[in-house]
Design a protein around this ligand. Structure first.
Ligand SMILES: [Zn+2]
Ligand SMILES: [Zn+2]
Ligand SMILES: [Zn+2]
Length: 349
């Protein structure tokens, strides 16, 4: 995530902020520019005008979910739905009169915004209509199982309960379980449908991830009964990825999205450790790359590995579990590179 700066007072402000904590100016996320902008109220009620030198003087309004503390994204003044591009993907939201449901949903919305930010930065479509597929859709419910079907991501909001989520993590022996991870994973199933299934990429997919036509239900039962098999670490980014090629893809996709977000954040903060091939004073750390568009996969990997080593060491200094409890073997790297290429090639379609 890039760092934003308040156009009024110059303080650092963050993706989730609604006001600048220093000067009190209103902040909102402009999805058309994928930037947090600084605003002041206009004379028309409910509308805001961006401030800052050379900024367009157009009017915007907050998404109507801002009233629930669930969104800081903006819409146009005449937007009839009143919802921003990310909230407009919701089909079902919980009963907000229950405080626990509201809190869980707010937490999921924060994670979802980070996911949608990335999809926008990659220029990925949110709607599969052009290829005869559905639209990316979210159903937030309680007691439903988290999963994906034909573009609809169902989310069990119980996952926002930290104690329950930690129990599940232990039960399934996962190194890592987060709301953002869930959403990234499920979005992977949607984009497999759009960008891999029935496209020329399917052959490359099958040669790396395996044949997706094997029976899904049987494969999952086998995974839950017998585990991932002895050598999954050599070939899969997580144990669950070994369950079926679809899950392997979704886990790899989520992992790639983690990588890109963390790399952009590290770069924004000047945190990137010196990596092989990057010479101090030439391109590191003074020249920035758009990790969403420009870098080759190899260059990303060269930056990623030293960063994760440094962050794991920092975690240990603080007595935390490793920030990055993963190993990228050659097979896993090839799969990540495949995801990288599928995303970057999607612009040429
Ligand atoms: Zn400010
Ligand atoms: Zn919104
Ligand atoms: Zn899945």
């Amino acid at each position: 995530m890039k760092i934003a700066v308040c156009a009024s007072c110059g303080s650092n402000v963050y993706f989730e902020n609604v006001t600048c904590l220093r000067c009190g100016h209103a902040l909102g996320f402009d999805s058309s520019r994928t930037e947090l902008i600084t605003m002041e109220p206009s004379a028309d009620s409910g509308l805001y005008r961006e401030i800052g030198k050379g900024k367009p003087q157009r009017l915007v309004r907050y998404c109507s979910n801002a009233a629930h503390g669930a969104c800081n994204w903006l819409t146009g003044p005449d937007d009839t739905s009143g919802l921003c591009v990310a909230c407009d993907l919701n089909r079902t939201i919980p009963n907000l009169s229950k405080a626990s449901a509201l809190e869980a949903w707010q937490e999921f919305e924060r994670a979802k915004k980070r996911l949608v930010y990335q999809l926008l930065r990659f220029g990925l479509p949110l709607d599969g209509a052009s290829v005869g597929k559905g639209r990316l859709t979210f159903d937030f419910g309680l007691g439903t199982s988290t999963g994906h079907l034909d573009g609809v991501i169902s989310v069990d909001m119980k996952e926002a309960d930290d104690v329950w989520r930690e129990q599940q993590r232990k039960l399934f022996e996962e190194p890592y379980r987060t709301l953002l991870g869930h959403l990234r994973h499920e979005s992977g199933h949607f984009y497999w449908m759009l960008l891999v299934d029935g496209t020329p990429a399917i052959e490359g997919f099958r040669s790396l991830f395996g044949d997706d036509r094997i029976d899904y239900k049987t494969a999952l039962e086998q995974y839950h009964n017998q585990g991932a098999g002895p050598e999954w670490e050599l070939h899969n980014v997580s144990a669950y990825a070994a369950a079926h090629p679809w899950e392997d893809w979704a886990e790899t996709w989520a992992h790639y999205l983690h990588m890109i977000d963390a790399l952009e954040t590290a770069e924004a903060w000047g945190l990137e450790p010196r990596a092989s091939g990057l010479k101090f004073g030439s391109i590191w750390p003074f020249r920035t790359y758009d990790v969403y568009r420009k870098e080759t996969f190899q260059a990303l990997l060269e930056r990623w590995v030293p960063l994760t080593l440094a962050l794991n060491s920092l975690s240990r200094s603080m007595g935390h579990i490793d920030f990055y409890p993963f190993v990228l073997t050659p097979d896993v790297s090839k799969k990540l590179e495949f995801v990288h290429n599928v995303i970057r090639n999607s612009h040429n379609k």
